[in-house]
Design a protein around this ligand. Structure first.
Ligand code: PLP
Length: 437
């Protein structure tokens, strides 16, 4: 492999060799990355507010992670946990069983991606309850495999042309207060959207036919929507009443992003099952399903697993991630970053009418861009232009949301204050430029 190829050459190669399906945000190729910075093959430096979609909360090439990966790579790369077992799998399971919300006995399995963790959550919930249905949410994103894609909300680009979909998936509105489905306002609404679950059992699917309710503590791809206090408590209580497995999809919210190790801790809710992926192994592909021991134990031998699930190198990386988090109090840093970003975003909102809503939880912060604050007409083109302004000026930014009009922050949590401010100033200048146009 040549190390002297330019972005221009590689872009041409990419177009010739790789289909357009796998989208690209920045038209550049990475040469190296460290902490919260990425350098491309032309030597250009970027501040990273994307973290490879929330995967490097502990920073690019975190020293502890790299050392663990190196050490494990020299011992063995793969034996398959189903064939010859290894300690890092069991040790990481033990750690997650202790760290996830809920002081009840838990067990963990490892798979390769967030989508697979979600699929396995449904398998476990179905086996345990002997019921077929799954309830999910508008704005939810759970992955791109058949069942996870079915559970995902946004039609274009995630589902369009890819049906038929998996059966027994039902969708209800989420607590998106800025655009409330019911036209209500918190707290006067009395959390109507959560109590609505009782109605949902009448109109859409019977409670006694429902295996699981799968919900993100904060919508990720759906626009960084953090529900108001009490929302998940109501949902979890109703699930409990009917014996429905409450699954928290913490794939994007987990591993310190929101200022706690898991976002459900903010709400004081103990999910029956939790899906974890993205930042779990600091950049290596690893996902986990952690949950109540009696549910996880229900399936027969051989019912769960996969060739690569819980790869030893990835598990060692996961252990290094958890060590780093504990030693550096990374959750506190995430909360601090969240405060700094929120303060600046609120300043931006005063200056730029384009910003309809500033929201988020911890370092999972977002700006929702609108053409007009009164009508809340989404400004998707402006979000796209801001992302472009970002990479042209050395900042990797991501958009999200139902209308693609939300700018989100998923920077590595090891980002230094001056790097954070540098990135925020690029956003500010970009917003200023968009406002003039
Ligand atoms: C909440 C949530 N669940 C599941 C997934 C799917 O994860 P993966 O892309 O690793 O399959 C994602 C990915 O963005 C996600 O944000």
């Amino acid at each position: 492999m040549s190390h002297h190829t330019s972005n221009e050459q590689l872009l041409k190669e990419r177009a010739e060799q790789v289909p357009q399906g796998p989208f690209n945000t920045v038209p550049a190729f990475a040469a190296r990355a460290k902490g919260a910075e990425i350098w491309d093959v032309d030597g250009k430096r970027y501040i990273d507010f994307a973290g490879g979609i929330g995967v490097v909360n502990v920073g690019h090439c975190n020293d502890r992670v790299v050392a663990a990966v190196r050490d494990q790579a020299e011992r063995f790369l793969h034996t398959c946990f189903h064939i010859v077992m290894y300690e890092p799998y069991v040790e990481l399971a033990r750690r997650l069983n202790g760290l996830t919300p809920g002081r009840f006995p838990k067990k963990t399995i490892f798979v390769n991606s967030g989508a697979e963790a979600v699929e396995n959550a449904v398998k476990v919930a179905r086996y345990h309850t002997k019921r077929p249905a799954v309830i999910v949410f508008e704005g939810g994103f759970h992955g791109r495999t058949l069942l996870a894609m079915t559970m995902t909300s946004k039609v274009k680009p995630y589902k369009f042309g890819f049906g038929p979909f998996a059966p027994e998936v039902y969708r209800m509105p989420y607590a998106y207060c800025y655009r409330c489905t019911f036209g209500l306002t918190y707290p006067d609404c009395g959390l109507h959207c959560a109590h609505y679950l009782e109605n949902f059992f009448i109109d859409h699917v019977a409670a006694e036919q429902t295996a699981a309710l799968v919900v993100e503590p904060v919508l990720g791809e759906g626009g960084f929507v953090a529900p108001p206090p009490g929302y998940f408590n109501v949902l979890a209580d109703i699930c409990k009443k009917y014996g429905i497995v409450f699954v928290a999809d913490e794939v994007q919210t987990g591993i310190c992003r929101t200022g706690k190790l898991f976002a459900m801790e903010h709400y004081g809710v103990e999910p029956d099952l939790v899906t974890i992926a993205k930042s779990l192994a600091g950049g290596l592909p690893l996902a986990a399903l952690t949950g109540r021991a009696e549910m996880m134990e229900a399936s027969h031998v051989g019912g769960l697993g996969g060739t690569y699930g819980g790869n030893p190198v990835a598990c060692r990386a996961g252990l290094a991630v958890l060590d780093f988090i504990a030693e550096t109090d990374l959750c506190a840093r995430a909360a601090r970053i969240g405060d700094l970003v929120r303060e600046r975003f609120l300043q931006f909102q005063e200056r730029f009418p384009l910003i309809g809503d500033v929201r988020g939880l911890g370092a999972m912060m977002a700006l929702e861009l609108v053409v007009d604050r009164r009508t809340k007409k989404p400004a998707g083109a402006a979000a796209k232009a801001l992302v472009k302004y970002g990479y042209e000026n050395g900042l990797v930014l991501l958009s999200c949301g139902k209308f693609g009009n939300v700018i989100r922050t998923l920077m590595p949590l090891v980002i230094a204050d001056d790097q954070l401010e540098e990135g925020l100033q690029i956003i500010e200048k970009g917003l200023a430029q968009l406002t003039i146009q």
